[in-house]
Design a protein around this ligand. Structure first.
Ligand code: NAP
Length: 270
Protein backbone atom coordinates (compact mmCIF):
# COMPACT_ATOMS: atom_id res chain seq x y z
CA UNK A 1 0.00 0.00 0.00
CA UNK A 2 1.31 3.47 -0.87
CA UNK A 3 1.05 6.61 1.16
CA UNK A 4 -0.92 8.88 -1.23
CA UNK A 5 0.99 12.01 -0.20
CA UNK A 6 4.38 11.12 -1.61
CA UNK A 7 4.18 7.54 -2.89
CA UNK A 8 6.28 6.09 -0.08
CA UNK A 9 5.38 2.45 0.67
CA UNK A 10 3.72 2.09 4.04
CA UNK A 11 2.46 -1.26 5.27
CA UNK A 12 4.63 -3.63 3.21
CA UNK A 13 7.88 -2.12 4.35
CA UNK A 14 6.92 -1.43 7.91
CA UNK A 15 9.32 1.49 8.26
CA UNK A 16 7.01 4.14 6.95
CA UNK A 17 4.01 3.97 9.23
CA UNK A 18 4.43 7.61 10.30
CA UNK A 19 5.55 8.72 6.83
CA UNK A 20 8.79 10.08 8.26
CA UNK A 21 11.42 7.38 8.12
CA UNK A 22 14.31 9.64 7.23
CA UNK A 23 15.21 7.12 4.53
CA UNK A 24 15.56 7.65 0.81
CA UNK A 25 12.18 6.41 -0.45
CA UNK A 26 13.83 5.11 -3.63
CA UNK A 27 15.69 2.52 -1.58
CA UNK A 28 13.18 -0.20 -0.83
CA UNK A 29 15.06 -2.11 1.78
CA UNK A 30 13.93 -3.62 5.03
CA UNK A 31 16.78 -5.38 6.72
CA UNK A 32 14.53 -7.42 8.97
CA UNK A 33 12.92 -8.96 5.87
CA UNK A 34 16.02 -9.14 3.67
CA UNK A 35 16.75 -12.81 4.34
CA UNK A 36 13.15 -14.01 4.47
CA UNK A 37 12.74 -17.17 2.30
CA UNK A 38 16.29 -16.81 0.98
CA UNK A 39 18.36 -19.93 0.40
CA UNK A 40 21.47 -19.73 2.56
CA UNK A 41 24.21 -22.34 2.44
CA UNK A 42 26.66 -22.62 5.33
CA UNK A 43 29.76 -24.47 4.33
CA UNK A 44 31.15 -25.68 7.64
CA UNK A 45 27.84 -25.28 9.42
CA UNK A 46 27.94 -27.99 12.07
CA UNK A 47 29.90 -26.06 14.70
CA UNK A 48 31.04 -22.68 16.00
CA UNK A 49 30.54 -19.63 13.81
CA UNK A 50 28.85 -21.54 10.97
CA UNK A 51 26.29 -23.02 13.33
CA UNK A 52 25.61 -19.58 14.84
CA UNK A 53 25.09 -18.17 11.31
CA UNK A 54 22.59 -20.96 10.64
CA UNK A 55 20.71 -20.15 13.84
CA UNK A 56 20.48 -16.42 13.09
CA UNK A 57 19.58 -17.05 9.44
CA UNK A 58 16.75 -19.36 10.46
CA UNK A 59 15.49 -16.74 12.90
CA UNK A 60 15.48 -14.26 9.99
CA UNK A 61 13.23 -16.59 8.00
CA UNK A 62 15.87 -18.05 5.67
CA UNK A 63 15.97 -21.60 4.28
CA UNK A 64 19.26 -23.05 5.45
CA UNK A 65 21.48 -25.87 4.20
CA UNK A 66 24.40 -26.99 6.35
CA UNK A 67 27.41 -28.75 4.82
CA UNK A 68 30.25 -30.38 6.75
CA UNK A 69 32.26 -33.63 6.76
CA UNK A 70 31.25 -35.38 9.97
CA UNK A 71 27.66 -36.74 9.69
CA UNK A 72 27.23 -37.15 13.45
CA UNK A 73 28.16 -33.54 14.17
CA UNK A 74 25.86 -32.41 11.35
CA UNK A 75 23.02 -34.43 12.84
CA UNK A 76 23.59 -32.93 16.27
CA UNK A 77 23.73 -29.44 14.76
CA UNK A 78 20.44 -29.97 12.92
CA UNK A 79 18.83 -31.28 16.12
CA UNK A 80 20.05 -28.20 18.03
CA UNK A 81 18.26 -26.08 15.39
CA UNK A 82 15.01 -27.99 15.84
CA UNK A 83 15.55 -30.03 12.66
CA UNK A 84 14.60 -27.03 10.50
CA UNK A 85 17.65 -27.23 8.21
CA UNK A 86 18.77 -29.42 5.32
CA UNK A 87 22.10 -31.14 5.93
CA UNK A 88 24.58 -32.54 3.42
CA UNK A 89 27.82 -34.37 4.12
CA UNK A 90 30.70 -33.13 1.96
CA UNK A 91 34.31 -32.05 2.16
CA UNK A 92 34.67 -28.66 0.48
CA UNK A 93 37.93 -29.83 -1.03
CA UNK A 94 36.05 -32.42 -3.07
CA UNK A 95 34.27 -30.56 -5.90
CA UNK A 96 32.22 -33.59 -6.93
CA UNK A 97 30.89 -34.11 -3.38
CA UNK A 98 30.21 -30.38 -3.09
CA UNK A 99 28.28 -30.36 -6.35
CA UNK A 100 26.11 -33.26 -5.13
CA UNK A 101 25.59 -31.48 -1.80
CA UNK A 102 24.24 -28.40 -3.58
CA UNK A 103 22.21 -30.26 -6.23
CA UNK A 104 18.90 -29.69 -4.40
CA UNK A 105 19.18 -25.92 -4.74
CA UNK A 106 18.36 -24.31 -8.09
CA UNK A 107 18.64 -20.85 -6.51
CA UNK A 108 21.21 -19.89 -3.91
CA UNK A 109 21.01 -16.42 -2.37
CA UNK A 110 23.98 -16.44 0.00
CA UNK A 111 26.85 -18.75 0.91
CA UNK A 112 28.84 -18.42 4.12
CA UNK A 113 32.13 -20.31 4.01
CA UNK A 114 33.22 -21.14 7.55
CA UNK A 115 35.09 -24.35 6.79
CA UNK A 116 38.70 -24.21 7.81
CA UNK A 117 40.89 -24.70 10.82
CA UNK A 118 43.90 -23.17 12.57
CA UNK A 119 47.35 -24.67 12.01
CA UNK A 120 50.53 -24.14 13.93
CA UNK A 121 53.84 -24.74 12.17
CA UNK A 122 57.35 -23.29 12.09
CA UNK A 123 58.58 -22.45 8.59
CA UNK A 124 62.12 -23.67 9.33
CA UNK A 125 61.20 -26.89 11.17
CA UNK A 126 57.93 -28.44 10.03
CA UNK A 127 57.21 -29.93 6.61
CA UNK A 128 56.32 -27.00 4.38
CA UNK A 129 54.72 -29.18 1.73
CA UNK A 130 52.42 -30.89 4.20
CA UNK A 131 51.44 -27.64 5.91
CA UNK A 132 50.96 -25.81 2.62
CA UNK A 133 48.05 -28.13 1.91
CA UNK A 134 46.04 -26.25 4.55
CA UNK A 135 46.43 -23.01 2.60
CA UNK A 136 45.80 -24.65 -0.73
CA UNK A 137 42.66 -26.35 0.57
CA UNK A 138 41.22 -23.16 2.01
CA UNK A 139 41.66 -21.25 -1.24
CA UNK A 140 40.78 -24.10 -3.58
CA UNK A 141 37.76 -25.02 -1.43
CA UNK A 142 36.45 -21.46 -1.79
CA UNK A 143 37.05 -21.54 -5.54
CA UNK A 144 35.25 -24.90 -5.85
CA UNK A 145 32.26 -23.47 -3.99
CA UNK A 146 32.20 -20.37 -6.20
CA UNK A 147 32.49 -22.31 -9.45
CA UNK A 148 29.72 -24.72 -8.46
CA UNK A 149 27.28 -22.18 -7.04
CA UNK A 150 27.91 -18.89 -8.85
CA UNK A 151 25.48 -19.52 -11.72
CA UNK A 152 22.55 -19.96 -9.33
CA UNK A 153 22.63 -16.54 -7.65
CA UNK A 154 19.99 -13.84 -8.18
CA UNK A 155 21.02 -10.15 -8.20
CA UNK A 156 22.19 -9.11 -4.74
CA UNK A 157 23.45 -12.59 -3.85
CA UNK A 158 26.68 -12.94 -1.94
CA UNK A 159 29.50 -15.09 -0.68
CA UNK A 160 31.03 -14.43 2.72
CA UNK A 161 34.46 -15.95 3.34
CA UNK A 162 36.26 -16.29 6.66
CA UNK A 163 39.65 -14.70 7.21
CA UNK A 164 40.99 -13.89 10.65
CA UNK A 165 42.95 -11.58 12.90
CA UNK A 166 46.16 -13.36 11.96
CA UNK A 167 46.09 -11.35 8.70
CA UNK A 168 46.69 -8.10 10.62
CA UNK A 169 48.41 -9.50 13.72
CA UNK A 170 50.63 -12.35 12.49
CA UNK A 171 51.49 -14.98 15.09
CA UNK A 172 54.94 -16.55 15.31
CA UNK A 173 54.73 -20.26 14.60
CA UNK A 174 51.50 -19.97 12.64
CA UNK A 175 52.61 -18.99 9.14
CA UNK A 176 50.09 -21.36 7.57
CA UNK A 177 47.08 -19.77 9.23
CA UNK A 178 48.41 -16.21 8.76
CA UNK A 179 48.92 -16.68 5.03
CA UNK A 180 45.62 -18.57 4.64
CA UNK A 181 43.48 -15.86 6.30
CA UNK A 182 45.18 -13.08 4.33
CA UNK A 183 44.70 -14.99 1.07
CA UNK A 184 41.03 -15.61 1.83
CA UNK A 185 40.34 -11.94 2.50
CA UNK A 186 42.17 -10.95 -0.69
CA UNK A 187 40.21 -13.58 -2.61
CA UNK A 188 36.95 -11.90 -1.53
CA UNK A 189 38.20 -8.51 -2.75
CA UNK A 190 39.38 -9.93 -6.06
CA UNK A 191 36.25 -11.96 -6.78
CA UNK A 192 34.11 -8.90 -5.97
CA UNK A 193 35.53 -7.48 -9.21
CA UNK A 194 35.92 -10.69 -11.16
CA UNK A 195 32.35 -11.94 -10.66
CA UNK A 196 30.47 -8.66 -10.16
CA UNK A 197 27.61 -8.03 -9.61
CA UNK A 198 27.75 -11.11 -7.38
CA UNK A 199 29.05 -9.80 -4.04
CA UNK A 200 32.02 -11.16 -2.12
CA UNK A 201 32.94 -10.18 1.42
CA UNK A 202 34.86 -11.62 4.32
CA UNK A 203 34.73 -11.55 8.06
CA UNK A 204 37.86 -11.47 10.13
CA UNK A 205 37.22 -12.92 13.60
CA UNK A 206 39.64 -12.39 16.43
CA UNK A 207 39.79 -14.91 19.26
CA UNK A 208 36.31 -16.42 19.32
CA UNK A 209 35.07 -18.98 21.81
CA UNK A 210 34.21 -21.97 19.60
CA UNK A 211 34.91 -25.72 19.58
CA UNK A 212 37.77 -25.09 17.11
CA UNK A 213 40.03 -24.43 20.08
CA UNK A 214 39.25 -27.65 21.98
CA UNK A 215 41.77 -29.92 20.23
CA UNK A 216 44.33 -27.12 19.90
CA UNK A 217 44.35 -25.93 23.51
CA UNK A 218 43.01 -28.94 25.38
CA UNK A 219 42.88 -28.45 29.13
CA UNK A 220 44.70 -25.11 28.81
CA UNK A 221 41.75 -23.56 26.98
CA UNK A 222 40.24 -21.66 29.94
CA UNK A 223 43.61 -20.28 31.06
CA UNK A 224 44.59 -19.20 27.52
CA UNK A 225 41.20 -17.56 26.95
CA UNK A 226 41.46 -15.68 30.26
CA UNK A 227 44.95 -14.47 29.41
CA UNK A 228 43.87 -13.30 25.93
CA UNK A 229 40.71 -11.64 27.28
CA UNK A 230 42.51 -9.46 29.84
CA UNK A 231 44.65 -7.90 27.07
CA UNK A 232 41.74 -7.10 24.74
CA UNK A 233 40.15 -3.64 24.86
CA UNK A 234 36.73 -5.25 25.38
CA UNK A 235 38.19 -7.62 28.03
CA UNK A 236 36.51 -10.72 26.65
CA UNK A 237 36.52 -13.03 23.65
CA UNK A 238 33.95 -12.67 20.90
CA UNK A 239 31.08 -15.13 20.79
CA UNK A 240 30.22 -17.13 17.69
CA UNK A 241 26.88 -15.28 17.57
CA UNK A 242 28.60 -11.88 17.48
CA UNK A 243 30.66 -13.00 14.49
CA UNK A 244 27.53 -14.44 12.91
CA UNK A 245 25.79 -11.04 13.21
CA UNK A 246 28.50 -9.57 10.98
CA UNK A 247 28.02 -12.37 8.44
CA UNK A 248 24.30 -11.64 8.25
CA UNK A 249 24.96 -7.92 7.85
CA UNK A 250 27.16 -8.64 4.83
CA UNK A 251 24.42 -10.82 3.34
CA UNK A 252 21.67 -8.28 3.97
CA UNK A 253 23.24 -5.07 2.72
CA UNK A 254 23.33 -5.21 -1.05
CA UNK A 255 25.78 -2.32 -1.42
CA UNK A 256 28.59 -3.98 0.50
CA UNK A 257 31.12 -5.89 -1.59
CA UNK A 258 34.87 -6.43 -1.34
CA UNK A 259 34.66 -5.64 2.38
CA UNK A 260 36.32 -7.28 5.38
CA UNK A 261 34.60 -6.82 8.75
CA UNK A 262 36.73 -7.35 11.85
CA UNK A 263 35.10 -8.78 14.96
CA UNK A 264 38.09 -8.92 17.26
CA UNK A 265 37.30 -7.00 20.45
CA UNK A 266 39.92 -4.45 19.38
CA UNK A 267 42.56 -7.17 19.14
CA UNK A 268 44.30 -5.50 16.18
CA UNK A 269 45.00 -2.43 18.33
CA UNK A 270 46.91 -4.06 21.15
N1 NAP B 1 37.37 -19.50 16.54
C1 NAP B 1 38.26 -18.56 16.33
O1 NAP B 1 38.86 -17.99 17.28
C2 NAP B 1 38.60 -18.14 14.91
C3 NAP B 1 39.41 -17.02 14.73
C4 NAP B 1 39.71 -16.61 13.43
C5 NAP B 1 39.24 -17.33 12.35
N2 NAP B 1 38.47 -18.44 12.56
C6 NAP B 1 38.00 -19.17 11.38
O2 NAP B 1 36.58 -19.21 11.40
C7 NAP B 1 36.13 -20.39 10.73
C8 NAP B 1 35.13 -21.10 11.61
O3 NAP B 1 35.79 -21.37 12.83
P1 NAP B 1 35.06 -22.01 14.09
O4 NAP B 1 35.81 -21.50 15.25
O5 NAP B 1 33.60 -21.83 13.98
O6 NAP B 1 35.47 -23.55 13.85
P2 NAP B 1 34.74 -24.91 14.23
O7 NAP B 1 33.86 -24.75 15.41
O8 NAP B 1 35.84 -25.92 14.28
O9 NAP B 1 33.82 -25.20 12.94
C9 NAP B 1 34.38 -25.50 11.69
C10 NAP B 1 33.28 -26.05 10.81
O10 NAP B 1 33.82 -26.29 9.49
C11 NAP B 1 33.59 -27.65 9.13
N3 NAP B 1 34.71 -28.05 8.26
C12 NAP B 1 36.03 -27.99 8.54
N4 NAP B 1 36.73 -28.42 7.49
C13 NAP B 1 35.83 -28.73 6.52
C14 NAP B 1 35.94 -29.23 5.20
N5 NAP B 1 37.13 -29.52 4.66
N6 NAP B 1 34.81 -29.43 4.47
C15 NAP B 1 33.58 -29.15 5.00
N7 NAP B 1 33.42 -28.68 6.24
C16 NAP B 1 34.53 -28.48 6.99
C17 NAP B 1 33.54 -28.39 10.46
O11 NAP B 1 32.83 -29.62 10.42
P3 NAP B 1 33.57 -31.02 10.05
O12 NAP B 1 34.86 -31.03 10.80
O13 NAP B 1 32.60 -32.08 10.43
O14 NAP B 1 33.78 -30.97 8.56
C18 NAP B 1 32.74 -27.37 11.29
O15 NAP B 1 31.36 -27.44 10.95
C19 NAP B 1 37.38 -21.21 10.41
O16 NAP B 1 37.72 -20.99 9.08
C20 NAP B 1 38.42 -20.63 11.35
O17 NAP B 1 39.73 -20.78 10.85
C21 NAP B 1 38.12 -18.85 13.81
Amino acid sequence: MLNDKDGIPTKEWGFYENGNSGMNPAVKTNSSLALQSQNIVVLGGSSGIGLAVAELALAAGAIVTLIARNPERLKAAAASLGGKVATRVADWNDPVALEVALAHLTRIDHVYVAAGSAHFAHAHKDSATEKFTAIQERILGSIHAVRIAAGRFPPGGSFVFTGGISTDRPVAGAWVTCVATAATEQLARTLALDLAPLRFNAISPGWTDTPMWDPLLGENKAAVFASVAEKLPVRRLATAHEVAEAVLLLMRVGSITGEVIHIDGGGRLV
